[in-house]
Design a protein around this ligand. Structure first.
Ligand code: ADP
Ligand code: MG
Length: 487
């Protein structure tokens, strides 16, 4: 399956051009400029310092840890870290913005251009440019559904640290966009700089989209806000692209504006015409000095970078002989990758271990809505089970039964194989006895085989396996049967 980048209109094919602005809440105990907790889900207005409530005379104090998190993220995005950056006031009025401005970064962001690789459904890889990453404050939240005629304001989120990560308009369709958000989220989670939880609003997405005839200049874009799940990103892009194509084909123009994604009606709606930067009257925040970073700090942070998703994927492909798809499934989460590596250590066959983790284990967890953390089968135990297939103690088929018992009892593979007497029979004499029984019980088929119907071999193997309750070594059964039938 290849990714969709074109849409057919009445006048031919149109290409989608997309750039994403992702707001990622920085993982940090406290906010960008205050010591208040940034924990999610607290009772309204309980995590609000005087700075967050914008009491007169309060001064912001930059959170050093958040700065380090932004640097770490920049390094993880293969991006330029700017040793000089400036906080600026972005002025606008919202009831949930008590300062009357947001402290953000504008001309001089902490992180400049970078790039990430995205993995597409057909197994190919594409590079997407990162324009910038800057630090800014989150706003509070207006609550409209608690009272019939009044609105409330919850300032818990006010002042929480966000990283706004802006992409180049390199994205060409819904699959590329969701692959970008997924990869970005994975990188942030690996780095520990954002938990990537889109349900809780820790990662929020604005989609900029325009359409053009392939080869033409970029068209006028609309910016869609409130696109906060992968599914919404996909749906909003297709809806908006078709809306714009209809407009242009009917002789109208796309207006540069901010639109809202309504996931219930599955449509975008106009919110407001798009402000230009000068409407915000940006100016350097006089309460904050420019941020100057030292080489020493950058080096120290560089040394703490973990192995990132793409590096891990390539290592898995190289060291374990896995295909790109299997490797990408296994590295999607750090604990999953670590689990797999433990399984491999015991199993002695990396490819077979990958099959078991992906198909049996992840399949079971998914079906039972269980996280890897709560898996009833530990990595050691799964490794032991695979090792018993590799050393011919049990067949792959019996192993599936053993696995099912492991999920039920939490016992390890060796214990179950022992208790249930599932050890594969590899004693030639014992298998030969069963082979003789099966041949004696099926004289007609033996005659047919000898007449040339050699495809009956499969039938005989099946009978031997059945008579041994699946425990006969299939290769040995096969060989002994052939020897006797062809004699
Ligand atoms: P603003 O600050 O007004 O939001 P930016 O120039 O920072 O504008 O662009 C915001 C986003 O819009 C970026 O992700 C960029 O890639 C994207 N973008 C810019 N031009 C276009 C276009 N013609 N079509 C689609 N996306 C675009
Ligand atoms: Mg913008």
């Amino acid at each position: 399956m290849s990714a969709q980048t074109l849409i057919k209109g009445n006048t031919g094919e149109w290409e989608m051009v997309i750039g994403l602005e992702v707001h990622a809440q920085v993982t940090s105990n406290s906010k960008l400029f205050s010591g208040a907790s940034s924990e999610f889900g607290a009772a309204p207005n309980t995590h609000v310092s005087l700075v967050d409530a914008a009491m007169p005379g309060m001064l912001p104090v930059l959170n050093k840890y958040v700065v380090e998190q932004a640097i770490k993220t920049g390094l993880g995005l293969n991006a330029q870290v700017n040793k000089h950056s400036v906080f600026a006031r972005k002025n606008y009025f919202y009831p949930d913005l008590p300062q009357g401005y947001q402290i953000s970064q504008y001309e001089h962001p902490i992180i400049g251009t970078g790039k990430i690789e995205i993995d597409l459904p057909d197994g190919s890889v594409k590079e997407i440019g990162i324009t910038r990453l800057h630090l800014e404050q989150d706003a509070g939240k207006s609550v409209h559904d608690m009272h019939p005629t009044q609105s409330y304001v919850d300032l818990n989120r006010s002042g929480a640290a966000l990283m706004e990560i802006v992409s180049e308009p390199d994205i060409r369709g819904p699959e590329e966009a969701t692959a970008y958000v997924s990869k970005l989220r994975m990188i942030l989670q690996y780095l520990g700089t954002c938990n990537g939880n889109m349900d809780e609003g820790s990662m929020r997405c604005d989609v900029n989209i325009s359409v053009r005839k392939p080869g033409d200049e970029f068209g006028t874009r609309a910016e869609i806000k409130n696109v906060n799940s992968l599914r919404a990103v996909h749906q909003a892009i297709l809806f908006e692209a078709e809306r714009q194509i209809d407009l242009i084909e009917n002789g109208e123009e796309v207006v540069q504006e901010t639109r809202l994604w309504d996931p219930n009606k599955m449509e975008t709606r106009s919110m407001r015409s798009k402000e230009d930067a000068h409407d915000y009257r940006y100016f350097p925040d006089p309460d904050l000095l420019p941020l100057e970073l030292t080489d020493e700090l950058l080096e120290r942070i560089k040394a703490t970078l973990p192995e990132l998703p793409d590096e891990k994927k390539h290592r898995f492909m190289k060291d374990f002989g896995l295909g790109a798809y299997d490797a990408s499934v296994l590295i999607a989460e750090q604990d999953r990758a670590a689990y797999y590596e433990s399984v491999v250590k015991q199993a002695g066959d990396a490819k077979l271990a990958a099959n078991w983790v992906i198909n049996e284990l992840l399949g079971w967890l998914n079906k039972n809505d269980t996280s890897l953390e709560d898996s009833p089968v530990s990595a050691d135990n799964l490794g032991q089970l695979v090792a018993r297939i590799v050393d011919n103690t049990i067949s792959g088929k019996i192993a599936k039964d053993v696995f099912a018992m492991m999920t039920e009892t939490g016992k390890n593979a060796d214990t179950i194989i022992e208790e249930k007497g599932l050890k594969q029979v590899t004693d030639t004499g014992a298998i030969e006895a069963i082979v003789d029984e099966v041949l004696a019980a099926n004289p007609d088929n033996v005659a047919a085989y000898k007449d040339g119907k050699t495809q009956l071999l499969g039938f005989f193997v099946g009978q031997v396996m059945k008579a041994s309750q699946g425990k006969a070594n299939p290769a040995m059964a096969n060989e002994l049967l052939k020897k006797k039938l062809d004699a």
